[in-house]
Design a protein. Structure first.
Length: 626
């Protein structure tokens, strides 16, 4: 904590660094007011944006209420909460430093705070001096720590409303020191302020002669957050490859940590290929060296294979390269996270397919407890295993936030679904490799005189999937086609007998079926899959496992009332009576296919007619010969 020391002097540097900071805390603690005060003191808020009378000549005090300073910043926050895409940061500068301030709301949802804090170097955690530490204060501190912010200012606000009491300040500061004991902060500075009145915000206040530390702005100008980043291992994610002249290429990007100099040996993390730095081109021309946060173009002494998304590093300080990681994930979507579902993972300039294979536990951010769970919902934090479709270079988030963080993106909506922080790579089955086979899929298909394909029948229970699939297989057999049928009920008697009917189990059920169907396509077979498969994401996952043209989605669009009237197994009757839970069409949603290859309305057609239509489609696609 800040002791009773004299205010530190600020040294003006030729090149002013940028301090990215986030304000957070409970509702009405004064976050927007403080951000507005800082901007106002730097004359970055116009007078007509404040509720200040024209004859007011005192720019150091507010004659209105506390919301006067908050109005300009709250306008941006309100717009962001309504989904309006605007700049989340407000900017100002002093002679010593540039500042980027992200103001976050104090609601219990962490998604917005995680977004604002993801790139922050320092967090200003505001506390209302009248209320002391609240549950939301502790939660905000826990999330800040989880997001890797190691410098915290505990701004104890509204000191004017507690008569500038030193005992109140000391008590809250001591309470926070105890609460933050396990949060791994590198520095905590407690500063008593009044954002409304300006006490200790820009200059020291005469109202608190017992406080000998720096004002908030003086502390922000002097706190050292750059040296730690510069001392980390060199990391240079390549954003683009530029052809310069002849065979010479320049590799452009930002140096996210460490230093690099001309003549340094350099290594491509994924391939292990090495070279030396020949030139470093910055904004103003060639330089001999560069450090963290510099935007650069590097040229190397050798021509080696480097693509956007590759990471350059020093050979003796290599990142991990793996396709499986353990990570904390902050879930930010209304749609819950389901293990086994495929998401896009954006990490270090690369976009990969990723799947959460297991949720180890859900974190209780109030007390740090680990809670067993099978899924994550909006605003929850989990510790998970995640698998990617290709290896990627990354560091543990604790070691390097720039290369250890990632986003999970919904593959259908392209919306950000979660933010992740890598804990460590999973070193698994390194002795297992794909085995080359002498007989190819094409050769197996050729001797069968057919094109291998998956016919994926989807629809509600009772829609006629199994009935139609069996008729199609019989007609294919008459043409001497080589087929296999995978039916939902039959599979659950063997391969998937351990799975239930929760959302998580349904996702895993289709994942396994997709993998089996892929193997059978590789064998040259026509694979008929009859499954409800209620979620679009899993049907898309199964499609992605095979080549273009090898997956035909057949949607048997049978109205629910027709399915209920058939009900050969009596399942709808039991589900409607509450005897069966998680029944699709009753208490579990069925996501209708958007663009199936065949959309068949079963109500007015006979099963044999539908089977003939599917056979005709297979002839048109040259799966079988007419």
């Amino acid at each position: 904590m800040s002791g009773k020391t004299q205010r530190a002097s600020v040294e003006t540097k030729p090149s002013r660094p940028t301090l990215r900071l986030v304000t957070c805390g409970s509702i009405d603690a004064g976050k927007s007011t403080l951000a507005g005060r800082l901007l106002y003191e730097r004359e970055l808020i116009l007078d007509d944006q404040l509720a200040v009378p024209e004859n007011d000549s005192n720019r150091q005090a507010v004659v209105g209420n506390e919301s006067d300073f908050a109005q300009p910043v709250d306008g941006f926050a309100a717009a962001r909460e309504q989904g309006v895409a605007i700049d989340a940061y407000r900017y100002f500068s002093t002679a010593a430093r540039l500042f980027a301030v992200a103001d976050t709301h104090g609601h219990e949802q962490y998604a917005h705070m995680a977004t604002g804090a993801s790139n922050a170097d320092l967090a200003i955690l505001l506390v209302d001096a009248r209320k002391g530490l609240l549950t939301q204060t502790r939660r905000a501190a826990a999330i800040v720590s989880l997001l890797g912010i190691r410098h915290v200012v505990l701004a104890i606000n509204k000191m004017d409303l507690v008569d500038y009491s030193q005992s109140t300040f000391d008590r809250i500061a001591a309470d926070f020191t105890q609460a933050a004991g396990k949060m791994e902060f590198a520095s905590i500075a407690a500063i008593p302020i009044s954002a409304r009145c300006g006490d200790n915000v820009v200059s020291l206040s005469d109202n608190m002669p017992w406080y000998f530390g720096p004002s908030l702005l003086a502390y922000l100008e002097s706190v050292d957050v750059e040296s730690a980043v510069a001392e980390r291992p060199m990391r240079f994610p390549v954003q683009s490859v530029n052809r310069l002249h002849g065979d010479l290429c320049g590799y452009a990007g930002m140096l996210v940590s460490g230093r690099v100099s001309v003549g340094d040996e350099i290594l491509v993390a994924a391939s292990g290929r090495t070279s030396r730095v020949e030139r470093i081109v910055a904004m103003d021309g060639d330089v001999t060296s560069a450090s963290a946060f510099d935007s650069l173009m590097l040229t190397l002494a050798d021509e080696i294979d480097i693509s956007p998304g590759d990471m350059l590093c020093h050979p003796r300080q290599r990142p991990d390269v793996a396709d499986q990681f353990a990570a904390h994930i902050i879930w930010m979507s209304e749609e819950k996270l389901l293990p086994g579902r495929s998401y896009f993972m954006k990490i270090n300039g690369r976009l990969l397919a990723g799947t959460v294979t297991e949720i180890k536990y859900k974190l209780d951010v109030d007390n740090g407890a680990h809670i067993a769970t099978k899924t994550l919902r909006l605003n929850e934090v989990g510790f998970c295993n995640i698998a990617l479709d290709a290896p990627v270079a990354a560091d543990p988030y604790d070691a390097n936030r720039a290369t250890g963080g990632f986003l999970l993106i919904d593959r259908f909506t392209n919306a950000t679904a979660g933010a992740g922080m890598i804990a460590f790579p999973l070193r698994r089955a390194k002795n297992i490799h794909l085995q080359a086979q002498l007989v190819s899929k094409a050769a197996r298909s050729q001797i069968k005189h057919q094109k291998p394909v998956i016919l994926w029948f989807t629809g509600l229970s009772g829609a006629g999937k199994s009935t139609v699939a069996n008729l199609v297989e019989m007609k294919l057999l008459e043409r001497h086609a080589h087929t296999v049928i995978l039916d939902g009920d039959n599979i659950r008697h063997g391969l998937n007998r351990d799975l239930g009917f929760t959302d998580v189990d349904r996702v895993e059920n289709i994942r396994r079926i997709g993998e089996v169907a892929k193997l059978m396509v590789d064998a040259g077979l026509i694979v008929l899959c009859a499954f409800i498969s209620p979620f679009r994401a899993e049907r898309q996952m199964a499609r992605s496992l095979v080549e273009d043209g090898e997956f035909i989605e057949i949607f048997l669009d049978t109205p629910l009332e027709v399915c209920i009237s058939r009900d050969p197994k009596g399942l709808y009757k039991r589900a409607l009576a509450g005897e069966i839970k998680n029944f699709t069409g009753v208490d579990q949603t069925y996501e209708r296919p958007m663009t199936p290859e065949l959309h068949i309305r079963f109500k007015d057609q006979k099963p044999d007619e539908i089977a003939d239509r599917i056979i005709k489609e297979l002839e048109t696609r040259n799966v079988i010969h007419s």
